[in-house]
Unconditional design. Structure first.
Length: 174
């Protein structure tokens, strides 16, 4: 038995006749974790700071998820502009916080050792779920034995979309 998968932004929830007696499956809504819904709001938050002193940190990008909305981060840019940085050495690292609570990072984003994309051309990711009122923060750290500050710039971008909490599937957990 074959199935026909129909995906349409128009007429969601309405059946369409298909010639013959081929069974069909209809999707009421595309998964919000993969596709921004029509009610969604895109965001792209860039930021630039000067490299902090050795042993210090600086916030590159920070924003609060609006009340009544959850969201997905699916774009990330983090870049070092200037001399003294070596990708992967661990002297300069980035962290992505959810709620900006020490030790509470976005899964697998507690110690970013390399540039994942630029502010102008961020890396595309599967997505990090964020929820209403969370304080999302991209922070840079310069290790105690890190790079000597000499005016270098740190850039960052967090991008994705917000969607109304009412669209959140009942079986989803954070």
């Amino acid at each position: 038995m074959s199935r026909v998968l129909r995906i349409s932004r128009r007429g969601l929830g309405q059946a369409t006749e298909i010639a013959g007696s081929v069974p069909s499956t209809q999707i009421e809504r595309l998964p919000i974790t993969n596709f921004m819904p029509p009610e969604g709001v895109e965001f792209r938050n860039p930021g630039w700071v000067t490299l902090p002193a050795k042993g210090a940190t600086a916030i590159v990008v920070q924003f609060a998820v609006p009340k009544g909305y959850n969201g997905m981060i699916n774009r990330l840019g983090n870049v070092f502009i200037g001399a003294g940085f070596q990708e992967g050495a661990g002297l300069v690292t980035w962290q992505l916080y959810l709620d900006f609570i020490p030790g509470v990072f976005a899964p697998n984003f507690q110690k970013i050792l390399a540039s994942l994309g630029t502010v102008e051309n961020p890396a595309i990711m599967n997505g990090i779920r964020i929820k209403e009122n969370q304080l999302v923060t991209l922070q840079v750290s310069n290790a105690v034995l890190g790079v000597v500050p000499a005016g270098q710039k740190i850039g960052g971008l967090l991008g994705g979309y917000f969607y109304p909490v009412s669209l959140e599937p009942a079986n989803i957990t954070f």
